[in-house]
Ligand binder design. Sequence first.
Ligand SMILES: C[S@@+](CC[C@H](N)C(=O)[O-])C[C@H]1O[C@@H](n2cnc3c(N)ncnc32)[C@H](O)[C@@H]1O
Length: 214
Amino acid sequence: MTERRPPLDTTPFTLNLDPARLDAPLSWPDIFGDGRPVELEVGSGKGLFLANAGQARPEHNFLGIEISRKYANKAAERIAKLKLANVKMYSGDARLFLARAVPSASLRAVHVYFPDPWWKARHKKRRVFCEPLVADVERCLEPGGELWVATDVEEYYGVIRELVADHPRFEEQSFPAVTAPEHDHDYLTNFERKYRIEGRPIYRALYRLQRGPA
Ligand SMILES: C[S@@+](CC[C@H](N)C(=O)[O-])C[C@H]1O[C@@H](n2cnc3c(N)ncnc32)[C@H](O)[C@@H]1O
């Protein structure tokens, strides 16, 4: 007879917020229980980035935001299996979360990897990378904080670069060299894995936020 595994308790790895509470800025030390720097990922999918980064940088906290509850749950399960106390998942719209809940100058980094391209003209307004998002990332990053981006869509990459260029405090940095994977999970994200295996070009950018005018 096969033994039934007890269900994984994802509660400690999930940020459950009453949507009404989104209107007040959150306290990261209250959420993570310590004052470590916080990195936020927009659109975490199945959570490979959070799993890898959470293990590689235990001195930082990570919050993943994923609009699909199904994927947010999958990511939370992955984090729970690894018992990563410095990583949490939130299921909701990252655009609203950044605009309404994240305190100014409180993030060390924001990561946006392979955002949905929404090809049809009438759907483009659903793109997560838009002018208000860039303005909120600028407000939420601490001076010296970083914005990391990757996409396989050249046209969207151009749009992203133009949006960021309108905010002169973002100074482009060279993106670290991409190395050959050492194992099957040694990729930035699940989509990065898929596209690298398919041999598709990937467009990457890294920006550092300069100090604002005094
Ligand atoms: C193409 S997938 C990429 C997932 C992951 N970043 C990766 O590279 O494997 C884009 C993800 O962004 C999520 N997403 C789309 N709009 C979002 C939003 N407004 N807020 C949070 N997540 C969003 C989607 O549900 C989807 O999981």
